[in-house]
Design a protein around this ligand. Structure first.
Ligand code: PGA
Length: 232
């Protein structure tokens, strides 16, 4: 079971330090825990979580090792910092920053090649679900990826991200089973995971963990979700 906190564009180095010092004190043995701070806060997270089982991952990575790509960061640079993995293809990157299935594939390939662990995100929009397109969209998004020991998928229905609308456990299970039929990898659920709905989502057979946004920003709610995962 893996619980990852996607902090998005929240927490500079000072807030990151405070969170990590608190997280170090928690009893989370037996659970894979990952925090994904913004780029500028990765170094302090790596430093303060050194010697623990908690991993630090980035939220994005470029596909080239270096080059004239203003504003981008490479896998080699993340590795140099001691970062363990990265999220790729989050729906906010697809929606606001022109991420496509092709660029997702390039980023995933480069990250895995550089030895990073990858959480690759897929998921349909509300319009796509209502139009009966969910499976087609997932099939297309997954078609560019290949199984890898260091690849984990996150099924994040876009309509459930940051909206407070969570997929029902049955709907999540159905989507996860479909995702696994397309690509053999563990699948995290993401989209308004909170302490009060985590247990029933994590109890589904094909839900292998969670990618948590909003509720990962407070130590208390994040660790409550981790404890629910430990019990499941
Ligand atoms: P949320 O975000 O938990 O705030 O819905 C999840 C995500 O975007 O990874």
């Amino acid at each position: 079971m893996l619980i990852a906190g996607n902090w998005k564009m929240f927490k500079g180095p000072a807030e990151t330090a405070e969170f990590c010092l608190g997280l170090r004190e928690q009893e989370l043995d037996g659970l894979d825990v990952v925090v994904c701070p913004p780029f500028v806060s990765l170094a302090v997270a790596v430093q303060l979580l050194a010697g623990t089982e908690i991993a630090v991952a980035a939220q994005n990575v470029h596909w080239d090792a270096e080059g004239a790509y203003t504003g981008e960061v490479s896998a080699a640079m993340l590795r140099e910092l001691g970062v363990y993995g990265t999220i790729v293809g989050h729906s906010e990157r697809r929606q606001y920053f022109g991420e496509t299935d092709e660029t997702v594939a390039m980023r995933v390939h480069a990250a895995l090649g550089a030895g990073l662990f990858v959480i690759a995100c897929v998921g349909e929009t509300e319009e796509e679900r209502e139009g009966g397109e969910t499976e087609n969209v997932l099939r297309r998004q997954l078609s560019v990826l290949e199984p890898d020991d260091n690849l984990v998928l996150a099924y994040e229905p876009v309509w459930a991200i940051g909206t407070g609308k969570t997929a029902t456990p049955a709907l999540a299970q159905e989507a996860h089973a479909f995702v696994k039929s397309q690509l053999d990898a563990p699948v995290l659920y993401g989209g308004s995971v909170k302490p009060d709905n985590a247990a029933e989502l994590l109890a589904q057979a094909d839900v292998d963990g969670a990618l948590v946004g909003g509720a990962s920003l407070e130590l208390e709610s994040f660790t409550a979700i981790c404890r629910a995962a430990l019990r499941s």
